[in-house]
Design a protein around this ligand. Structure first.
Ligand code: AMP
Ligand code: MG
Length: 449
């Protein structure tokens, strides 16, 4: 390859390799948080299913209390009670009231509810048995005084005022939030069809990389990328599987790819070893399993990048017809690993998980970068930044054009993990020149979970 791939070309090629999301499976609602609907959810019931009271009070006829006021209450006979979970067993006639709890069905004959706060309970002789606005519990009073007029329909939640039977309440491609799960439960469903979560194997490579707790010796460093990639995979909604730490040897790296492929993982990610140095063995290690290309992508950090797909009739002995495995080889510098995952792997995992095209990448905001930056000409740079925030509200400060004021989060070398961890967002510096003065307008990608 004689020229660098642009960011867009690289992303297009990756997404083009994913012809469809992973299949949908029926899943208990309790396990569905964050999953993506494979088909629309339609309600067979209306919500509310029947007219019900939005207050503790009395179901009445509004015409009986048109003149009611503090000084001139309307007196009604209490002829029954309807609690939540109970069907009404009496009818409200003229001059009558039925005590009703919040959420209980409106009894026939009533056209309004008067809240208990606007009533005084009375005995059969018309003597008050408690103060006005007493809690609507205790013995049922024989009569009540109503101290306020209500209009027909007052304090009634109408049948289907939330949604009508037959309504599509959530379209396919919706990510299930806690509120969406509440809605699905409210229409009486306890399972949903959601896309399978992608399973993603993570291999870190490098003779110098050590497991946590292993002595570092004179030339070892702890594995930062393995745990970071596992966390990024999980934060993207996929399921991470560690394939361990490989030495810079083809056989070791290949054995780990083999294990992941034999397990039928949807994606394998390797970090490190994708340059063209003598110990960069990732491409050779993957070659027997499928097609793989080493790309030089015009992004900074992160130029060397490998992308491959398993051939279906490979040597792992996996069932023919099992889904294809995608392979990503990310550069080993920790910030490069992070940024290339963010730019290229996360959208791929989200497409596999069933998210719609418009939601694969994070939304792009606008910012003013208050520091000058230098970068490689011809490469799109993703600079780690923090936002100026209002000291009281902690919200980002925006200028009159709505642009957030951002500053460098620290050193911008591709080994500087401290600045990456401090960063709230990536500022996008276009390909063209090698420098940007302070005060430049830039696109901004907020880094969320
Ligand atoms: P490589 O892409 O293998 O040439 O690695 C580039 C740089 O990233 C080297 O300085 C490595 O030591 C470092 N590096 C590679 N893998 C890791 C890792 N898992 N954790 C921390 N640093 C790493
Ligand atoms: Mg290496």
């Amino acid at each position: 390859m004689d020229r660098l791939l642009t960011y867009d070309e690289a992303l297009d090629r990756i997404l083009a390799a994913i012809s469809s999301p992973l299949p949908a499976e029926s899943t208990p609602l309790a396990n569905a948080l964050g999953r993506v609907l494979g088909e629309a959810v339609t309600s067979r019931v209306s919500l509310p299913p029947w007219d019900n009271s939005s207050m503790d009070g009395y179901a009445i006829r509004a015409a009986d209390v048109t003149g009611a006021a503090d000084a001139a209450p309307s007196r009604l006979a209490v002829v029954g009670e309807v609690r939540a979970g109970q069907a009404p067993d009496a009818t409200v006639g003229a001059g009558q009231a039925i005590r009703i709890a919040t959420g209980a069905p409106i009894p026939p004959g009533a056209d309004a509810v008067v809240p208990v706060e606007a009533t005084t309970p009375l005995d059969p002789a018309g003597v008050a048995t408690g103060p006005r606005g007493r809690e609507a519990t205790g013995p049922l009073p024989a009569r009540i005084d109503v101290h306020a007029a209500v209009v027909p329909g007052a304090w009634i939640r109408r049948e289907a005022s939330d949604l009508a039977a037959g309504t599509t309440v959530l379209p396919a491609g919706t990510t299930l939030t806690p509120a969406a799960i509440g809605l699905v439960a409210a229409i009486g469903l306890d399972t949903v069809r959601v896309h399978r979560r992608p399973t993603v194997g993570v291999v870190t490579t490098g003779d110098e990389i050590r497991q946590p707790g292993e002595p570092l010796g004179p030339a070892g460093i702890p594995d930062a990328n393995g745990p970071a990639l596992m966390a990024m995979v999980e934060a993207s909604g996929a399921q991470a599987v560690s394939l361990g730490l490989a030495l810079d040897r083809i056989d070791d790296v290949r054995a780990r790819f083999h294990a992941g492929l034999a397990d039928g993982l949807d994606v394998i990610i390797a970090s490190g070893g994708v340059s063209v140095g003598p110990y960069d063995v990732v491409r050779s290690a993957f070659e027997p399993f499928g097609s793989i290309d080493l790309w030089r992508v015009a992004v900074q950090p992160g130029k060397p990048f490998a992308f491959g797909r398993r051939r279906l009739e490979d040597e792992t002995g996996a069932e023919p017809g099992t889904a294809e495995t995608l392979f990503f080889g990310l550069p080993g510098n920790p910030v490069s690993t992070f940024v290339t995952f963010e730019l290229f792997v996360r959208p791929a995992l989200r497409r596999l998980a069933g998210l719609p095209d418009a939601e694969l990448a994070r939304p792009v905001d606008r910012a003013i970068l208050l520091d000058a930056v230098t970068k490689d000409a011809g490469r799109r740079a993703f600079i780690r930044v923090v936002a100026d925030r209002d000291p009281t509200t902690r919200t980002p400060i925006r200028d009159e054009m709505g642009r957030v004021r951002v500053r460098l989060a620290g050193g911008q070398g591709s080994h500087v993990l401290s600045a990456l961890a401090a960063a709230e967002a990536l500022a996008v510096i276009p390909e063209d020149g090698p420098t940007r003065p302070a005060g430049s307008a830039v696109d901004l990608i907020w880094l969320g979970s």
